[in-house]
Design a protein around this ligand. Structure first.
Ligand code: BEZ
Length: 202
């Protein structure tokens, strides 16, 4: 179902010889930094938009009911805000494994405010990867997320943690917040149905 990207990522030699590299996190890496880092700073990248367009059958869904997680898609003039981590090269082995389902490393400029930037890495899952789910309306995406769960937990937890982390960063991400709005509505409807069903059965 998917191409394992570990060996492709490990062939990247761009930062060879450097003892630390900046990694820009725009998804789970913002709220789940399960790796050692030297420093972390809010940052942004230019020309990319965060989208819930990557299928997840290994973390937040299953083969039968895949979830959706974020990737980056190229978009002229767009800015994507997230968190940058300064890490040692060994940490990439862990990340390559964690993000093996279609994510490839890519070199890009990472901006810290308006005046400072550094070359670093992002992981992106492009439309060529087998698990790419592609565009859908925010409501459809919310429905899919609402239903899905996998070894890393419920897909809705991923969405809600990401939305909360973006709020804490002071970022207005219309795509993520619109999906969150629909998801919360679905959860309210399900809770009301559950209550009604419980009430009828009593
Ligand atoms: C991130 O948070 O930057 C990230 C998301 C998905 C895969 C790899 C990295």
């Amino acid at each position: 179902m998917s191409v394992n990207t570990i060996s492709i990522n490990q062939q990247m030699a761009h930062f060879e010889g450097q003892d630390s590299v900046w990694l820009f996190g725009y998804g789970s890496i913002i709220f789940k930094a399960d790796f050692p880092f030297i420093e972390r700073r809010p940052a942004h990248i230019v020309g990319w938009a965060r989208r819930f367009w990557q299928g997840s059958h290994d973390h937040r869904g299953t083969a039968e009911a895949p979830g959706r997680v974020v990737t980056l898609v190229p978009q002229a003039g767009a800015t994507c805000c997230g968190m940058a981590y300064l890490i040692t090269p060994e940490v990439f082995a862990h990340l390559d494994h964690r993000e093996k389902n279609g994510y490839l490393r890519l070199v890009t400029d990472i901006h810290f405010g308006d005046a400072e930037k550094a070359e670093g890495l992002i992981y992106i899952a492009s439309e060529e990867n087998a698990a790419f789910a592609g565009p859908a309306s925010e409501k459809e995406i919310a429905r899919q997320i609402f239903r899905a769960a996998g070894p890393s937990g419920r897909n809705s937890e991923y969405l809600l943690l990401l939305a909360q982390a973006l709020r804490e960063l002071g970022t207005d991400d219309a795509h993520v917040f619109e999906i969150e709005k629909h998801l919360l509505q679905l959860e309210r409807e399900a809770a009301a149905e559950h209550q009604t069903a419980g009430g009828n059965g009593a």
